[in-house]
Ligand binder design. Sequence first.
Ligand SMILES: N[C@@H](CCC(=O)N[C@@H](CS)C(=O)NCC(=O)O)C(=O)O
Length: 337
Amino acid sequence: MHLIKTLAVSAALATTAGLVHADETLDAVKGKGFIQCGVSQGLPGFSNPDDQGNWTGLDVDFCRAMAAAVFNDAEAVKFTPLSAKVRFTALTSGEIDVLARNTTWTMSRDSDFGEFVGVNYYDGQGFMVPKALEVSSAIELDGAAVCTNTGTTTELNVADYFRANNLNYTVVAFEKADEVVAAYDAGRCDVYTTDRSGLAAQRTKLSKPDDHIVLPEIISKEPLGPLVRHGDSQWGDIARWTLNCMINAEESGITQANAGDMATSNDPNIKRILGVEGDLGGKIGLENGFCANVVTAVGNYGESYDRNVGPDTPLKLERGVNALWSDGGLLYAAPQR
Ligand SMILES: N[C@@H](CCC(=O)N[C@@H](CS)C(=O)NCC(=O)O)C(=O)O
């Protein structure tokens, strides 16, 4: 009797203590007709608005892919630009449904703020300096003024790096990324440090990009990926399998152009990925053809990579560790079966 009462009380407390989001994001999203996706305030290649407010980028494609998975409409998504500092509160408060914003998966974030569903870009932190500084290694940066963003792993890693190497430095930190770029461009600091993909992106905004070099050191692991709130495993599954779908599609040769034709393939794996066989979509509250809808609307992971950050874009990032495992990279999605 006592036990039953205690359980009833804790269930009531759990509800009032904010677990109200559990298992209801999909319903809420369907009710309003779109996904609210938290993105950066403007990071070319990842999430960046043009003059008309049209967003593009690898993270934006992930948001659109989720919209295609849920609504078969990649436009059924709205974007909330967030600074690094406020991004997690936006997720935990319910302001956004998913955060796809060059966010590093760490243990404390995974426990404090939400559930990371995978990695859409494997990165590491680097340093950019003006060529005029005549520095060729980070180890020569003793006494440097370092420009960076607040609320990031970047701040923490740079502190670790300088401490571990007995180097002194001063931080020049801003909440807005464009303020960091402006300060560095104006010579208010000697070094710009962030994820290497971020350096490639922000470099395009400098007044003379060719006057700067990225130093060889990679001082951290930055597995960047989307996350959802804790406590809603169905919504987490939808996000996770949207990402896995894009990676598995690339591995199986399914592209934006051929996704329709591939439905008639004899390959059972391709049939399952496209939902022509099996009921995998239904298991997570979606249509069985959710992945076909994703690839038709947005393309596979490699297509999104090439379009947004690859060698033919201003960021010029080689696939490197972001290649499929079968090509020697780290991208390895769990099977759709
Ligand atoms: N991956 C790191 C850094 C993320 C970060 O916020 N980087 C800055 C510098 S590249 C940024 O996204 N700026 C773009 C913006 O705030 O719009 C983290 O998760 O803490």
